[in-house]
Write a protein that binds this ligand. Structure first.
Ligand code: CTP
Length: 435
């Protein structure tokens, strides 16, 4: 177990100065109010693992809401409170947030259930968490400032790279933990402990995962698909028999696995080139995962999981279009007839980035794939340089003809027939103005 001195060295070396100052400021307010404050959970776990994580969760042994209010009286920030849960969020002017929770007797429904041990309330708070590795607490104030509280062997499990639940009913109390276990296992390169895996499997057998509501299930699935390389976690889901909970017909055949690999290539290609325009990679992976389902089954899945309707177009008509385009493109390639830029533009510009990346993942040869990437990099934003006003200045009376002229100019641009404004003027004069 780490000594105070070693912990403070980790804090010094691994946390940015701004975060250290923020935590110190929180500690001061805690001292002023005479309540012990701890940073807990993923933040502390990742501090020890040397992974960046600036999602700060604090637990106050006392009234977290009163603490958050006092902090905001002394610092320029605002606070949002949830009295029912004794929680608050402190929101800084730049949008940075810190979550505050109360570990306080009245939030536990068994008054008197806490024996008189040191830090009984934070210990109980931590005991309610999912895995031992998430139960570390870093003291931010008082005489223990800088010490690591480790009630449940978290440091040992971090060392051994093992995920363990704290008690036998963990998966029964909260079955989404089944998915969290898989996500952490793959993300951290840990393994689910033997007994924990048995408990997980028995929670499945006893039907607890079935009872997880659609939106919560969707949230867990999306979180898995948001990991940088989700395939191993999806494979683990398949291995543990979790896919049927998403949809009874969902499976993971080799074809879908290679689709994930291709999607990952396409997404990395995109992210490298378009850093400023983030795409929803998880949606591309979701399309891959469900690629074997027919439209009706996918609709059923979307409905049951309560997938937000803003994704509906991509999961519905655009998916259908991608499946159609894949066959069409491959046929054209088979006949040795690449698509011309005008055709590529007409067919691909209605599609969202995520649908295009899914198309790139689906086509089975690099040549066809390069048509799509060529569209994306060279054609997608093509537009005539001349505006309606300029057409008017050329002496063309406004009217339906403008649409045709602009289309002609766009096609000429896509075909490389015009480059400059002057080229466009020459073209317009030749085609649309009587001499
Ligand atoms: N937690 C839990 N059971 C859940 C969800 C969360 O016990 N079903 C606990 C975990 O112990 C976690 C804390 O609540 O430490 C905060 O949850 P979350 O922010 O989801 O966890 P992180 O560990 O921060 O995960 P991530 O790194 O993915 O944000």
């Amino acid at each position: 177990a780490l000594k105070k001195r070693q912990v403070s060295r980790l804090v010094r070396e691994r946390l940015p100065a701004s975060i250290r100052e923020l935590l110190a400021g929180m500690g001061e307010v805690g001292d002023a109010q005479n309540v012990p404050i701890f940073a807990v959970g993923g933040f502390v776990r990742d501090l020890l693992l040397g992974k960046e994580n600036l999602d700060i969760d604090l637990v106050i042994e006392g009234d977290g809401i009163a603490f958050a209010r006092e902090y905001c009286r002394r610092h320029p920030c605002r606070v949002r409170t949830h009295a029912k849960f004794g929680t608050a969020v402190i929101i800084f002017p730049d949008g940075f947030k810190v979550d505050i929770a109360s570990a306080r007797m009245e939030y536990y429904h068994e008054p008197g259930a806490l024996p008189n041990v040191e830090h009984a309330s934070i210990k109980l708070d931590l005991y309610r968490r999912d895995f031992t590795i998430n139960t570390l607490a870093l003291a931010l104030n008082g005489p223990e400032k800088g010490a690591l509280l480790d009630f449940f062997g978290a440091q040992r499990d971090l060392q051994d790279k093992v995920l363990r639940v704290l008690h036998n009913l963990s998966f029964v109390e909260d079955s989404t933990r089944v998915f969290r276990a898989i996500r952490f296992e793959q993300r951290l390169g840990f393994h689910i402990g033997l007994q924990t895996e048995q408990l997980l499997r028995s929670a499945l057998r006893m039907g607890f995962v079935e009872k997880v509501g659609g939106p919560r299930l969707f949230n867990e699935l999306a979180q898995i698909l948001k990991e940088s390389n989700p395939l191993p976690a999806v494979e683990r889901m398949a291995e543990l028999g979790l896919l049927p909970y998403i949809h009874s017909r969902l499976t993971l055949p080799p074809r879908v696995k290679s689709l994930f690999a291709e999607a990952s290539r396409a997404i990395h290609w995109y992210e490298l080139l378009y850093t400023g325009e983030p795409c929803q990679g998880w949606l591309v992976y979701f399309l891959c995962l469900t690629s074997g389902l027919d439209e009706e089954s996918l609709e059923e899945l979307n409905r049951r999981l309560g997938i937000p309707s803003r994704h509906g177009v991509i999961l519905g008509e655009q998916r259908r279009e991608v499946h159609r385009l894949q066959r069409f493109f491959e046929r054209r390639w088979g006949r040795g007839r690449p698509l011309r830029p005008v055709e590529l533009h007409a067919r691909l510009s209605p599609l969202a980035t995520e649908a295009l990346l899914y198309l790139m993942a689906r086509v089975d040869n690099d040549e066809v794939r390069s048509w799509v990437s060529y569209f994306y990099t060279a054609l997608r934003k093509a537009a005539p340089l001349l505006s309606g006003d300029e057409l008017k200045a050329l002496g063309i009376p406004p009217g339906p003809l403008y649409k045709k002229i602009l289309k002609t100019l766009l096609d000429a641009r896509l075909n490389g027939k015009v480059a400059s404004r002057e080229d466009e003027i020459v073209l317009v004069k030749k085609r649309f103005l009587k001499p």
